[in-house]
Design a binder for this molecule. Sequence first.
Ligand SMILES: [Zn+2]
Length: 426
Amino acid sequence: MLFKLKIVFQWLKLKSRKVFSSQEHIEVYQQKKLQLFAEQVLVKSPFYKPYIKPHMDWNKVPHISKATFMDAFNEINTCGIKLNDAMQIALDAETSRSFNQELNGITIGLSTGTSGKRGLFLVSENERALWVALVMSRVIKPRLFKKQKIAFFLRANSNLYASVSSSLFEFKYFDIFKPLTDLLQELQTFSPHILAAQPSLLVDIAQAQHQQIIQINPNQIISFAEVLHAHDKAFISQKLQASITEVYQCTEGFLGVSCQHGTMHLNEDFIRFEKEWIDDDKFYPIITDFSRRSQPVVKYKLNDVLQIKSTPCACGSPLLALEKIMGRDDDILVINEQKIYPDLIARRIAIQTNNFQNYSITQIEQQALEIKLECEEKDAAITQDAFKKAITELLKEHGIYSVSLEFKMQQVRVPGNKLRKIIRAI
Ligand SMILES: [Zn+2]
């Protein structure tokens, strides 16, 4: 019950907040929040504490990559949680597929993200309450006096998402590890008002509706975790007869949401976005999330390429508007007409091994995958075996047995290019 009260509290706080009138207004607000964040949160982080005395010197604070974020895990978090303890809990949860593990009251999640390397994230109950309140106030369309059923398709369950059921909402979690036919059947039975999933799955669901395999009537569709391409958006919206809200969320935070005009606006009232420019209108975001407390995300560089919208959005919001999120455009492997989602492959590999710098998996023929692997020479054999195990097991689960795997030990990353982990080249 306490958790629900926390959500209501956060929700009321969000509702009572002043609306920003301009970018300048946001800037002033951010500076105030960043100062408080340093004094109240970063002071408890052994990693950031040295930068605070006597005054927070943001210019000296280093940019951080996912690798550093994990290497300095013990020093960065403010809860005294050790990486090894947390990793064990996260991996156990992943194999047993029961996701109720906590440590010192903190929920632990495992992520693979776009790099394919293991990442751990920590979320306290207060942070979860804020997340839910944010989703409720910004993403979900209100329907007064009627319980909303929300179907949520996720890579892995976590307390972060599963803990909300109330008189207003009923969440049902759909495990995307299950075969699509099972998921469709469950979806039909549940018959949600709101459908939230990654675009590649939304396309499958829309296709099933088109083929009259299912008949659902959602009022709203929420797309997250992958780039939503315009043609997919139109197809999904048309077949399911509902509008699409796009959520820009990653392990590192709830970064943005699309408005009623379909424009993605960044959540600059929680996160400061510094820009590492690529050209005139494209940049890599470097984020500082001043709403996080247990595991501060400070000057963290994301691999997503964001393109700024050149004209103001008709909705009038001063929050930074994007033309497009250009990154995260992973491909899906298609073998024997079965789709294998990139994040599923990456996750399986991350569970088997962490013994590599980089990899890419390219489908070069209908039944052949080429795996480029960058790792220490002494680890080559054992890492190849781990990859083989992860991939063949996953394919077997999809009824696919005859795919050849060809390994190439070589540098994967091309300087200046974004690393694409999973590529369908046919
Ligand atoms: Zn807008």
